[in-house]
Design a protein around this ligand. Sequence first.
Ligand SMILES: *Cc1c(COP(=O)(O)O)cnc(C)c1O
Length: 419
Amino acid sequence: MNFSPALLTLAQNAEAKCTPQFAKADQIAEVNTFRVLAAFRQNNISESHLLGTTGYGYGDRGRDALDAVYAHVFGAEDALVRHNFVSGTHSLLTALFAVLRPGDVMLSVTGKPYDTLEEGIGIRGTNVGSLKEFGVGYRQIDLLADGAPDLPAIQAALQSDPHIKLVYLQRSRGYSLRPSLDIDAIGRVTAAAKAVSPHVVVMVDNCYGELVETREPCHVGVDLVAGSLIKNPGGGIAQTGGYIAGKKHLIEQCAFRLTCPGMGKEVGATLHELRPMYMGLFFAPTVVAAAVKTAVFAAALLEDMGLAVSPKWDAPRSDIIETIFLESDARMIAFCKGIQSGSPIDAHVSPEPWDMPGYDAPVIMAAGAFTMGASIELSADAPLRPPYAAWMQGGLTYPAGKYGVMCAAAAIASESHLS
Ligand SMILES: *Cc1c(COP(=O)(O)O)cnc(C)c1O
């Protein structure tokens, strides 16, 4: 690859500056790997657990043990890990529909939930079978200007509305400009909510946050977390699927919702998906560290090139997402084309902006991944409108992530010279 001498020097300096952040990511990966290994050992995982079942999937030891392994890793009593959760959205909505009953209210305390949940909750769309259509109410408390949850407003809402059954938090920034919530902050919200409403269910959308810190939301009192296996916990190996982890009685409700009331966790063939799900969780701590290092490197390099980024290279992190403010459509397109050209799959393909359903402006995406749509692999999304922000995440290995970021940096530099 013909990177310019100027870019090579910038990259070398950026990388040198990030050494302490990289060491921190490696330390976190070590703690999390030890916890994954302890979970495997305690559950006596053997080759036979990796094989899978067909048909109804009765007595699937590998499936039951994988649930136990996830429960241990996520600090939960039980878990539901299935390849037939089609996405993170499916896992999250399965949990919401499992817990909430007509007359109950869901209270989101990190502002509006991730876009793909809006129809399921009933914020958008009609006649889709949303929670709203089943008589479940929705209320929202926005984050404060500094991105922190509004604890007094949360407690006041819980005190005044006995119908609030579930408090909902989103750990990661998703594709917004808010900061991610770290585990300490999640613990503070949970404690504040339970202080005034001891029986309220606290649920966290854990997408993109898994294994970025050494603790998970259930370690600080959260009742239920959910996410996608083609993001962090699948380690780039799981080919599809999702998970829910939390209190045993709530996981039972989730299993009744996913399969059938009364059957729950007893059924569900695992086919050939157990081995990649186990192996993915084994790799996940180091893959997440690679993604964090890629984000840290991108933050340092692109900031040195004069662009605004969030979070900054030396900021604490609780998710794998980096936001880059590219200042123009042309640079956003150059950035995504650059990321794509530095990917292992479809590097020869050039992404184009398109009118994606649900967005109010054309979106350009880079996704040269082994697993379609996997965003634990290096990927970027950019809606072509102010504030001209691109969201970048993933990187299965740091060297490959670094390469993709350098390709994007080179593409921006040549675009800027042209314009
Ligand atoms: C990705 C994501 C989701 C939804 O997951 P999908 O697998 O895309 O359905 C929900 N919440 C957050 C914060 C996410 O990042």
